[in-house]
Write a protein that binds this ligand. Structure first.
Ligand code: TYD
Length: 160
């Protein structure tokens, strides 16, 4: 069985609170990025993600996660060794637990205007998806199962 996750935990913060600058993320290997937002009135808004600009790496892969309709849905439950990602809720919201091995931070991902950085060596769980939630992820490498850390004990060893 995995070691109990008993590291320090900060309160839940929303992306909007974070970018307002009143609070800071309590974990390493993460952060918040802002999409370029072009209000193209009267018919919509354009949000732009650009590699090496607001997305802090070369984008090699983009994937989305949809149909998160089960109330008990749970995704993530892993970290990566090297992979860098930025995760956004294009529609709806979800709760993201970030854990750097020493500290935890729960973030309510509740705005399409921002993304959360998931660098290597950050354990993440995703829960509490709104029924309309649509997630988009930018990654700096192709899918590689060998890059995954899927047991919490191994993660704790690597982050000691
Ligand atoms: P996983 O990364 O564990 O999903 P999440 O972090 O959203 O919970 O991936 C779930 C499954 O999908 C796993 O079997 C690997 C596969 N997968 C790919 O084949 N390619 C990909 O680009 C991704 C993201 C996942």
């Amino acid at each position: 069985m995995d070691t109990e996750r008993n590291t320090a935990s900060n309160g839940t913060i929303s992306l909007k609170e974070l970018v307002a600058g009143n609070v800071e993320l309590g974990v390493t290997h993460s952060g918040v990025v802002r999409m370029q937002i072009i209000p193209d009135k009267p018919d919509g808004v354009i949000r732009v993600a650009e590699a090496r600009k607001n997305i802090p790496f070369n984008i090699e892969r983009v994937y989305d996660i949809d149909e998160l309709t089960r109330p008990e849905a749970l995704r993530g439950k892993h970290a990566h060794r090297q992979l860098k990602q930025v995760i956004r809720a294009l529609r709806g919201s979800f709760t993201l637990l970030l854990d750097d091995g020493k500290n935890k931070q729960v973030v309510k991902v509740d705005s399409p205007d921002f993304g959360v950085i998931l660098d290597g060596l950050i354990w993440h769980d995703m829960t509490d998806f709104s029924a309309d939630c649509l997630i988009l992820v930018y990654a700096d490498a192709y899918y590689n199962e060998a890059d995954y850390i899927r047991t919490y004990d191994e993660f704790l060893e690597l982050t000691k």
